[in-house]
Design a protein around this ligand. Sequence first.
Ligand code: SAM
Length: 279
Amino acid sequence: MAEWLTENQSDNLKLSAKIDKVLYSGASEFQKIEVVHSLEYGNMLSLDGVFQTSEREEFIYHEMMSHVPLFLHPNPKHVLIIGGGDGGVARECVRHECVETVTMIEIDGKVVELAKEYLPTIADAMIRKDPKLTVTIGDGIGYVAECENKFDVIIVDCSDPIGPGEGLFTEEFYANTYRALKEDGLFVQQTESPMMHQPLVEKVFGYVANHFPITRLYTAYIPIYPTGMHCFTMGSKKYDPLTWESNRKQTFATKYYNDDIQKAAFALPNFVKDYLIKK
Ligand code: SAM
């Protein structure tokens, strides 16, 4: 008999997916992990009760996390992913011909293991051991603190600011991220819903703006995340997405991302503009 997997998105809102199979339910040393088969979205990953990704709509999030920063940078060679244990961002990053190395630091080896088993299309680059990709199980916060002038692009594909991801939303982390980037480097971090999580979005935007000369927010529509409207905060040392012109050809197919989206994603509704610090 079908059951429902529910995420309590706030005290007043729940999102439920009808499921016909629990593929894994357990806990790692860091978090509760569930992998289910849902009738609408295919296999889904939930961490600490929060939907992370699903087979059917994952391309939106993963393409927007990867291609927006990678095509803004004219020649990204070395990319760092913090978190991203399902492998979706890594899969997209290795597709860029100019990218030579993708270093992924994921704190929870169990997420990587389960993604390879139950989300093989997402975990593809990890499964086939793409030669550009190095996956290390460890804490991204400590890793970034020890890097200097090393990466062209850093992508923080983290979970919510509770549990192991908490330290990825602090001002100290953004100062360290700035130092870890090369002189024309840029970074992007998923920063929840601009509608439901305004205090977080404002706080992160302010922190990033304290360290980066260019701070921008962009959005995408992610069906399984709270409100469906998701945002990403970008800090850049040199390249401004608001004046972006296509600088190299896209040599692979995408399902969501294109040149128009690259520009349009940075157009913000007034309610978001109104609460962001103007930079
Ligand atoms: N797309 C998802 C979302 O926004 O709901 C997030 C993807 S999920 C793969 C995020 C990953 O970040 C989790 O696997 C989690 O274990 C990892 N993570 C959380 N804190 C971390 C940390 N301090 N260092 C490295 N990885 C971390």
